[in-house]
Design a protein around this ligand. Structure first.
Ligand code: HEM
Ligand code: SF4
Ligand code: SF4
Length: 393
C-alpha cells in the first residue's frame, strides 16, 4: 500500500547552508553526473547527488547525520563535470563547515569562527592573555631572572619572559585538555547522530573499532591514498604533496614538543637526569634538527596549498572563510616560529621577543579553537572514516 511521506523543509537551514558555501545548490536538476563522477563514492547510495537533493528540500536531519559528508575529499571533480554549475563539492564542504559550528559547545566560539567580522575577538583573547603574562614577568623578580623590563638583556631565552615551568606550560596543558575534551564530546555526538545509517550486513566476525582505526590510520591517512584517487590530474599531485608535507610537519613538531616536555619534567627525577632537556636546544641536537625539518615541510606544504587555492576557478570551486582562516593561521604559526629562531640567532632582542609573543598568539589560535575550525577535520574525518568501516559502509 502506498504510504504518504511528510516532508518538512527547514528554510532557515537552507539559508545557513547557502551562507556556509552551498550557494549554488538551487541550480541542481538531479541528473546524478556528480555521483557517477566521484571516484571515491561507494556504489550503494553514492554521494553527492543525494545530498544536493536533501539540501534543496531542506532536510536538515538527514544531512546532519550523514556520514558521507566526511568521506568527500573536496577535490572538486564532481563540480567540474556538473552540467548546471551547481558545485556539489562546495555543498559537501559547506555541510562540514556547519558541523564545525554546531557539533560542540560553547557554540559562541563556533559563531566567532564562522565569519571574519569576529576575527578581532579571536585574536584579542590570546593577545591579552600573553600580554598579561609578559607584564607580570617584566615587572617581578620571579625566579631571579629579572633583568630590567620588557626585553631582558643577556642571551635571548624566551623563557625569561614567557616562563615555561609555571606559566606557559601549564597554560598550554590546560588548553590542550580543553581541546581534547571538546573533541571527545564532538566525536561522541557525531557517532550518535550517524547511528546505523549506511550500515551493511557484515558476513563473518565484525572487526573491532580499534582495528578499523588502525586500518584508517595506516591504510588511508598516512599514505594519503585517497588524495591520489580523486581530483583532476593536473592538480591532484599538488594537493597531495601540499597536504602530506603539512601533515608530516605536524607529526614532526608534535614529536619534538612531546619529547621536550617529557624530558624537561622527567629529567628532574635524579636517576633520569641524563634525559633532562631545556630550551633553546643547540642547533645540532636531533630534536632541533627534526623541528627545523618540520618547519620546512610546513612552509612547503602551505605554499602548495595556497598556490592551489589562489588558482581555483571560482565557477567550479570556491574558497570560503573557513578555508582561508586555517591556511592563514598555519602560515602565521610557521612564519613567526621561523623568525623567532632567526632573530634569536641574530641576537636581535626586541624583535625576537615581539615575534615570539605573536608566535604564542597564533599557536593558541590554532589549538584552542581547533574543534570549531576546519582543522577539526583531523579528528572528525578520522572518527567518521573509522566508524563507517566499523559498520560496513
Ligand atoms: C596534522 C594533521 C592535519 C593537518 C595539519 C591538515 C591540514 C589541512 C589543511 C590546511 C587543509 C586545507 C587545504 C586547502 O585549503 O586547500 C586540509 C584539507 C584536507 N584534509 Fe587535512 N590535515 C590534517 C589531517 C588530516 C586527516 C587525518 C585527514 C583524514 C583523512 C585529512 C584530510 C583532508 C582532506 C580530505 C582535505 C581536503 C578537504 C578540504 O579542503 O575541505 N587531513 N588539511
Ligand atoms: S549537482 Fe550537478 S551533476 Fe549533480 S545531480 Fe545536480 S545537476 Fe547533476
Ligand atoms: S568533491 Fe571530490 S570527493 Fe567530494 S563528492 Fe565531489 S568528486 Fe567526490
Amino acid at each position: 500500500m502506498a504510504q504518504t511521506v511528510k516532508i518538512q523543509p527547514d528554510i532557515q537551514f537552507i539559508r545557513e547552508l547557502r551562507e556556509a558555501g552551498g550557494d549554488s545548490l538551487k541550480a541542481c536538476y538531479q541528473c546524478a553526473t556528480c555521483s557517477v563522477a566521484c571516484p571515491i563514492s561507494p556504489q550503494s547510495n553514492p554521494y553527492p547527488r543525494k545530498e544536493m537533493v536533501w539540501a534543496q528540500w531542506g532536510l536538515k536531519d538527514r544531512l546532519l547525520s550523514d556520514p558521507d559528508v566526511w568521506l568527500c575529499y573536496n577535490c572538486g571533480g564532481c563540480s567540474d563535470l556538473c552540467p548546471r554549475g551547481a558545485k556539489p563539492g562546495d555543498l559537501m564542504a559547506a555541510l562540514r563547515n556547519m558541523a564545525y559550528k554546531r557539533l560542540v559547545t560553547p557554540s559562541i566560539i563556533g559563531e566567532w569562527m564562522s565569519s571574519p567580522k569576529y576575527l578581532p575577538i579571536l585574536v584579542a583573547i590570546p593577545m591579552v592573555i600573553f600580554a598579561i603574562f609578559w607584564m607580570i614577568m617584566a615587572s617581578v623578580n620571579f625566579h631571579g631572572n629579572f633583568t630590567g623590563g620588557m626585553f631582558p638583556t643577556g642571551q635571548i631565552v624566551y623563557g625569561k619572559i614567557f616562563y615555561g615551568d609555571y606559566i606557559i606550560d601549564p597554560f598550554f596543558m590546560a588548553t590542550l585538555g580543553f581541546t581534547l575534551f571538546t573533541f571527545y564530546r564532538g566525536v561522541k555526538k557525531l557517532i550518535a547522530e550517524i547511528g546505523p545509517k549506511g550500515a551493511t550486513t557484515i558476513l563473518g566476525p565484525k572487526k573491532a573499532w580499534y582495528i578499523c582505526l588502525l586500518e584508517v590510520l595506516f591504510g588511508e591517512i598516512m599514505t594519503h591514498s585517497k588524495f591520489t584517487e580523486c581530483g583532476d590530474d593536473s592538480e591532484k599531485n599538488s594537493r597531495k604533496i601540499g597536504h602530506m608535507s603539512l601533515f608530516y610537519a605536524f607529526v614532526a613538531l608534535a614529536i619534538v614538543t612531546g619529547c621536550v616536555a617529557t624530558g624537561h619534567w622527567i629529567g628532574r627525577i635524579p636517576f633520569l637526569s641524563m634525559l633532562y632537556l631545556d630550551t633553546p636546544l643547540p642547533m645540532w641536537h636531533p630534536l632541533k634538527i627534526l623541528a627545523n625539518v618540520g618547519l620546512v615541510l610546513m612552509l612547503v606544504g602551505l605554499s602548495y596549498l595556497t598556490i592551489r587555492r589562489v588558482g581555483l576557478n571560482p565557477k567550479k570551486q570556491k574558497s570560503n572563510y573557513y578555508d582561508w582562516y586555517l591556511i592563514g593561521v598555519i602560515w602565521f604559526v610557521g612564519l613567526t616560529g621561523m623568525f623567532s629562531q632567526l632573530f634569536r640567532l641574530a641576537d636581535w632582542v626586541a624583535p625576537a621577543y615581539i615575534v615570539y609573543y605573536f608566535h604564542l598568539v597564533s599557536v593558541f589560535m590554532l589549538f584552542a579553537y581547533l574543534p570549531w575550525s576546519k582543522l577539526g577535520h583531523l579528528v572528525y574525518r578520522t572518527a567518521a572514516l573509522t566508524y563507517v568501516r566499523y559498520i560496513g559502509r
